[in-house]
Design a protein around this ligand. Structure first.
Ligand SMILES: *[C@@H]1O[C@H](CO)[C@@H](O)[C@H](O)[C@H]1NC(C)=O
Ligand SMILES: *[C@@H]1O[C@H](CO)[C@@H](O)[C@H](O)[C@H]1NC(C)=O
Ligand SMILES: *[C@@H]1O[C@H](CO)[C@@H](O)[C@H](O)[C@H]1NC(C)=O
Ligand SMILES: *[C@@H]1O[C@H](CO)[C@@H](O)[C@H](O)[C@H]1NC(C)=O
Length: 379
């Protein structure tokens, strides 16, 4: 056992008993509710103490922007001379979108009380590239709004009250964020001809299997990131573009994965299926044995055994399942003898989470012998 003892001491192994790691979600941008900004307040000149007409509303008053050198600067926005192409109207209690000047490329309207997006303010805004409408109360985006905005690249409308994916979005779009709405409908053709879209985020909506047809994502030839987490899916989505790199499906009700589901993907590296209903029965033996996969997350399911994975996988999350034992000889992508004698065959797995199962230390010797690059294991 000399060789064994040798590499044992070389191995940095952290055994973290019951450690709790929070999920590594995308860092959230701090969002502030409007009304808390400490910007200087420039009241508009008004006549002698005329009481404002009372509106039946709980919205705080609009916060006006500073005086601007641009005559076309909407009064509730900030138009910085250093960034003539940016229009900053975020955090200002705005209810109605002001008229957007022609020079605007970057439009910031997040954190307001806007309830609908109509075409008029955008009639001259033909050069807009980014629009941020996040965290408003938008329930409707008119079909004509972006018709005359042929260069639109990013549309962020997460955290609103949309019930369906807006129609008539331009084919130039590269990023579309619609997370945290109430979307339960994707009109047919909603994503058609969007051949440049790389990111589609539909996280935290109300989509079910029937809302996703075989052709829903068909035209998204450049799609790299698809987030359908936190919806009401029972099946893996069909017709997902095969160039995808990242597929997030956490917090649905998916209970099985078809045998060859991942076969045709050419670059798939990150798959998250945390918090679904997966059990061993629903997972064909080799379904996750995909050479491009680097990060596989299957936490909070009902798995009783460790699925097979490829020697390239680097991160595996299997915490909070029903795993009772782990056999290194069985899950090692090669025979342990082969891995011991040929360093090139050592699997890439570096991080393994197994806490919240029915396992207790020590970690079996054959796991350590096979996965020699493992430097963090949580059990
Ligand atoms: C659009 O631009 C033209 C020319 O700059 C201007 O005359 C017109 O008032 C603008 N329309 C709106 C709705 O701002
Ligand atoms: C898609 O991107 C390419 C390369 O940047 C560009 O030439 C093309 O015009 C874009 N397509 C659309 C519809 O904007
Ligand atoms: C995983 O797939 C590879 C080929 O990609 C194959 O050689 C290997 O036997 C598979 N692993 C298992 C456990 O079946
Ligand atoms: C692990 O699996 C191998 C091969 O299936 C078997 O020979 C071995 O006895 C198992 N080890 C344990 C501890 O069950």
């Amino acid at each position: 056992m000399k060789a064994g003892v040798g590499f044992f001491s070389a191995l940095t192994l952290f055994l973290l008993m019951g450690a709790v790691f929070t999920q590594r979600d995308r860092p959230k941008k701090p969002t502030r509710r409007p009304g808390t900004t400490k910007r200087p307040f420039f009241p508009r000149p008004s006549g002698p103490a005329q009481p404002e007409p009372k509106e039946p509303t709980d919205f705080p008053p609009v916060i006006l922007g500073p005086p601007s050198m641009f005559p076309d600067c909407p009064k509730e926005c900030l138009c910085s001379p250093s960034y003539p192409n940016s229009l900053n109207c975020e955090n200002r209690n705005i209810r109605t979108i002001p008229v957007i000047p022609l020079r605007t490329h970057y439009l910031y309207l997040q954190n307001n009380y806007i309830s609908e997006v109509t075409a008029e303010p955008f009639l001259n805004a033909t050069e807009v590239r980014w629009v941020n409408l996040a965290n408003n109360r938008i329930h409707r985006i008119d079909k004509q709004v972006f018709e005359k905005v042929p260069a639109l690249l990013y549309l962020y409308a997460q955290r609103n009250q949309l019930k369906e994916v807006p129609a008539g979005l331009p084919t130039s779009l590269e990023q579309l964020r619609l997370g945290k709405n109430r979307i339960s409908k994707i009109p047919s053709g909603a994503f058609s001809k969007m051949g440049n879209l790389t990111l589609l985020d539909l996280y935290h909506n109300q989509l079910s299997d029937n809302d996703l047809g075989q052709n829903t994502f068909k035209d998204l030839k450049s799609l790299m990131q698809l987030n359908l987490a936190h919806n009401a899916l029972k099946k893996m989505p069909a017709g997902v573009p095969h160039g995808l790199i990242q597929l997030f499906l956490d917090k649905n009700n998916i209970d099985d994965v078809p045998k060859d589901y991942f076969k045709a993907f050419t670059h798939l590296a990150f798959v998250r299926l945390n918090r679904n209903q997966l059990s061993d029965k629903g997972l064909p033996k080799n379904v996750f044995n995909v050479t491009t996969l680097l990060d596989l997350q299957l936490s909070h399911n009902q798995l009783a055994s460790v699925p097979h994975f490829s020697s390239h996988l680097e991160h595996l999350h299997l915490d909070h399942n029903s795993i009772e034992s782990i056999n290194g000889t069985q899950i090692c992508p090669y025979s342990i003898d082969a891995v011991m004698s040929d360093h090139n065959l050592v699997p890439s797995l570096r991080y393994l989470r197994l806490d919240g199962n029915h396992l207790s230390p020590p970690i079996p010797l054959d796991v350590i012998m096979c996965f020699r690059h493992l430097h963090s294991i949580v059990i």
